[in-house]
Design a protein around this ligand. Structure first.
Ligand code: FES
Ligand SMILES: [Fe+2]
Length: 409
C-alpha cells in the first residue's frame, strides 16, 4: 500500500466543486453500467436512467440494435420520455408532439412544415450517447470520444466471464435515496474490515481472515470465504444456528442438524455442483474453495458486483447532480435465468431509513449517514486508511488520475 495515499481529505466528500469535477471528468467520460440486457429484450424495449445530472434514454430499435440518447427533445429542450421503462416504437414529446423513432430520428413535427425536420440539410435526431453491450450489461459513455470499453474492462474480463452475468435476469431493484456522498457508499462495500464490528451476525458465517483483495487496473476484487466462522474451528464443533441459516439461504438441503461445522463449506460446494449439473452450468474449472466464496468485482467508478455461483447482487452508486451529501444507491438482485417465463422484477424506491433493508444492508446504509455528518465536521480532516482498506485507497487513487486527466484536456 506504500504508493497509495493512506489519507483522503474529507473535503472530497463534501465539496460541491469536487463533485462537479467528478461529474465532468469521470461520469461524463467513463463507461457506466446502465442496465442489464434482460431489461431491454425485444424490439421496442426502452428504459431511462438518471445518472450524473443527465437522463439517458436507451431503446432497442426494430432492427434489434440498442441505442442510447440524451432524453431531451430537440425542439425546445423538454425532457422527452417520462416513463422509467416500457415498450414503444417511437417517443413523443408532450409539449408540441415532436415524435422520434427508436433510432433517434425525428419522425414528425406537427404543424412545423417539412423544413423543421432537418437542420442544415441533415435529419434532426436525438443527441446520441455511446452505448455498448458487454458481459450481459449495457454500458454508456457520454464522452465525445469515449475510452476503449474493452481495454477498460480487460483487467476484470476473466472474472466477469467466469460468472457469466449474461445468463442472469433482474428480479429485484431497490433504489435508496442516501444522505451521503456516492464515494462513501462505494467505500463501505470496498472493505471487509467492518464486517466483524458492524455486522456481528456475519462473524459465524464469513471468514474475513481469508479475504483476498486484488487490484486490477482501475478496478479491484474482493473474495471472501463463506460457510465458516472468522476463528479456528475445532474438529468436532457442531454446526451453529447461523451456519444453518446460511445453508438454508443458499438452498443447501440435507445437511445434518448436528453436522460438523467443518463440513459446511464442502457441502455448499457440493450443492452448487449438483445444481450446476442439473442446469447445464460447467463449474469443473473451479475448486470447492472458490465455490464457497463471495466474489466482489468493483467496476470503476461506481459499480460493485457480488457473485456466488447462482446469484448476483449488484450495487450501483449514483452521484447527486449538485449536492455532494446525497446520492442514489441501487441494489439490483439477479438470478440465473430459469427455464420458464421470466417474471417482471419487483421494484421499490425510498429515502434512507423509510423502509427496512435487512440487518446487513440496513447497518451499512445507517453508517453512511453518520459518515457524511462526520465528514462535514470541523473536527475531521481526512480519512485514515488501514491495510484492510487497500481497495478504497486504490479507488481514490484511480479517481484522482481521472480528475487530473480532465484538467489537462
Ligand atoms: S419541446 Fe418538445 S415538441 Fe416542443
Ligand atoms: Fe457492510
Amino acid at each position: 500500500m506504500s504508493e497509495l495515499a493512506r489519507t483522503i481529505p474529507a473535503e472530497r466528500y463534501t465539496s460541491p466543486s469536487w463533485l462537479a469535477q467528478e461529474l465532468t471528468s469521470v461520469f461524463g467520460v467513463a463507461w457506466l453500467l446502465a442496465a442489464h440486457v434482460s431489461e431491454l429484450e425485444g424490439a421496442g424495449a426502452f428504459l431511462t436512467l438518471d445518472i450524473a445530472g443527465e437522463s439517458i434514454l436507451i431503446a432497442r430499435g426494430g432492427d434489434g440494435a440498442l441505442r442510447a440518447f440524451y432524453n431531451v427533445c430537440q425542439h425546445r429542450g423538454a425532457s422527452l420520455c417520462a416513463e422509467p421503462r416500457g415498450r414503444a416504437a417511437s417517443f413523443r414529446c408532450p409539449y408540441h408532439h415532436w415524435e422520434y423513432a427508436a433510432d433517434g430520428c425525428l419522425l414528425r413535427a406537427p404543424g412545423a412544415g417539412a423544413a423543421a425536420l432537418t437542420d442544415e440539410g441533415r435529419p434532426i435526431s436525438l443527441r446520441p450517447v455511446f452505448c455498448a453491450e458487454r458481459f450481459g450489461f449495457v454500458w454508456i459513455s457520454m464522452a465525445e470520444a469515449p475510452p476503449d470499453l474493452d481495454a477498460h474492462l480487460a483487467p476484470i474480463a476473466a472474472d466477469l466471464a467466469r460468472h457469466r452475468p449474461e445468463e442472469y435476469r433482474l428480479v429485484n431493484e431497490t433504489v435508496v435515496e442516501l444522505e451521503a456522498n456516492w464515494k462513501a457508499s462505494v467505500d463501505v462495500n470496498n472493505e471487509a474490515y467492518h464486517l466483524p464490528t458492524l455486522h456481528p451476525e456475519l462473524r459465524d458465517v464469513v471468514d474475513v481472515r481469508g479475504a483476498e483483495f486484488v487490484l486490477r487496473g482501475d478496478h479491484s476484487t474482493i473474495s471472501l470465504p463463506i460457510g465458516q466462522p472468522a476463528r479456528e474451528v475445532a474438529p468436532d464443533e457442531r454446526v451453529s444456528e447461523a451456519l444453518r441459516g446460511l445453508l438454508s439461504r443458499l438452498g443447501v438441503e440435507g445437511f445434518p442438524r448436528d453436522g460438523r461445522a467443518a463440513d459446511v463449506r464442502p457441502a455448499i460446494a457440493r450443492a452448487f455442483r449438483e445444481r450446476a449439473a442439473r442446469e447445464g452450468l460447467d463449474l469443473s474449472a473451479r475448486s470447492d474453495d472458490e465455490l464457497a466464496r463471495k466474489e466482489q468485482i468493483h467496476v470503476f467508478p461506481n459499480v460493485q458486483m457480488n457473485f456466488l455461483p447462482f446469484s448476483l447482487e449488484l450495487y450501483r452508486h449514483r452521484p447527486h447532480p449538485t449536492d455532494p451529501s446525497r446520492s442514489l444507491f441501487d441494489e439490483l438482485t439477479f438470478e440465473r435465468r430459469p427455464a420458464g417465463a421470466a417474471k417482471a422484477p419487483q421494484r421499490r424506491r425510498f429515502r434512507q431509513g423509510e423502509q427496512d433493508l435487512g440487518p446487513v444492508m440496513g447497518a451499512d446504509v445507517d453508517i453512511l449517514h453518520r459518515l457524511q455528518a462526520g465528514m462535514r465536521s470541523r473536527g475531521f480532516r481526512a480519512l485514515r486508511l488501514t491495510e484492510g482498506e487497500l481497495a478504497i485507497a486504490h479507488m481514490h487513487g484511480v479517481l484522482l488520475r481521472w480528475l487530473s486527466r480532465g484538467e489537462t484536456t
